[in-house]
Design a protein around this ligand. Sequence first.
Ligand code: B12
Length: 455
Amino acid sequence: MAKLVLVNPGKDYEYGVHEPLNLLTLAAYVQKHGHKVAIADQLAGEDVLKKIKRLKPDFVGITGTTAVISDAYEIAEWCRRNGFKTILGGVHVSVMPEEALQYADYVVKGEGEDALVKILEGRVEKGIVTGKVITDLDELPKINRDMINVKYYQKGKDRTPGTHLHFVPPNTRLNSVLFTRGCPFNCIFCHNSWRGLRVRFNSAQRMIEEFKELERKYKTQAVFFMDDDLLCHKPRIKEFCRLYKKEKLRIIWGCQARVSTIDREILKYLREANCKQITFGLESGCQRVLSMLKNDTTTVEQNRRAIKLVKEAGILACGSFMIGSPTETEEEIMQTKKFILENDLDGVGVSITTPFPGTKLWEMCREKGLIPDKIDWRNFNLNKLTFGLTDISQKRMEEIRNEFEKIILEKNPGLSPRNILNVAIRHPSKAVRRLLENPGAVPVILKRMLKKGIG
Ligand code: B12
């Protein structure tokens, strides 16, 4: 039996809204194979080095998306210096295994369950280990949220009121779930464009079991589905909604879906099972850019229609958009602004197009010579890419971004002056930086204060 500590790296409290489902899944699998495992959660404010020193594991396994990989590498270096066998896994190192191997003894490419057990049992050599794809997700053992600070994550919305979870009222206990791996579409900016894996999902029965546990054991009141496209297989979701009603569950929930899957029938099922928000990757108000990003699979008209239908069904319709894609012009970006203003979305997120390593977009940008030689992965967070992908100057992009920031604030009731003040008191340096980065937000906040006071 080996002893393992799994680490969730990252110091930005804004990332700590959803629990680390990937580590919980790995932990449950490793435990089922007879090994001892704990989770050290830097995102939830734990001192991970102290915990590792205290637990003295045989192995430390660290995950990381691109945005937090520098934190992951720092921890990995420390572990190696202190004599712990170190494993790196997750989306970033799966496409950059050689880079990661400079910091760890083992690097796992792809799905980690099987590879991790082999490493713990000494059945593979040090170096890059390729994971085996799990074909039946229901065969994976149930996750155990007692391994993390559930209460911390349940308050995620109150800590980060500006987050995308518009359906979650203040003081609501929130959890996240994920029942799908993969996506049938290949949007060029998404990790699915390199993973190329078949879509797999848990059965409706298994989903209901987790909902029941959340409601009864953790008193959860709201859930967000992290699945890339919850509706990619409708019969299963209809069955989930049917069972939800049969079990008389009360949790309210939100999810992400593709506009092409929306029709009145499925919306009726979702509404009756307490679905309160659907978020779409709407990406652009310009058909040329949308077609480029989504491989010609959706249209601006479909986007409009989906928003209308969802709102008609009494569910919040939210959208995320990307600006600054390769070849995009300022006029095309303004079509996105127009789309947001014309369509009555209940929540809007706008990110700077970011070429994550391995994606088709990354390859496209590399071919065009847009990727600099020296990169700070910390800037790969969808907000502050420091190199441009368009002909628009970085200064002008910042101004455009500020214009969008104003619209985001208008559309986000969670960002009331009271909520902003609360967060600013808890995280003053971050608040000052935010304000300096987005001066355009000041008049909007002041306007709200004049209209509503602080509360
Ligand atoms: C939940 C989630 C989040 C949560 C939690 C993140 C986390 N640390 O778990 C939150 C909201 C915080 C988040 C934030 C961000 N996310 Co996010 N997120 C997801 C999401 C929807 C699910 C992740 C998941 O649990 N997947 C299921 C598990 C089973 O898959 P997995 O994570 O790949 O893990 C498997 C393997 O990678 C491997 N593995 C993973 N870790 C380890 C560790 C070891 C030791 C081993 C051996 C193996 C291993 O084994 C796992 C099981 O097979 C994915 C999309 C998706 N559907 O996967 C995006 C995704 C991971 N996020 C993404 C991005 C871009 C971000 C942000 C940068 C966005 C932003 N600015 O806010 C931030 C980064 C912050 C952060 N802390 O990492 C991208 C990552 C791209 C990249 N190259 O980094 C993804 C892939 C979405 C996409 N469309 O491309 N995210």
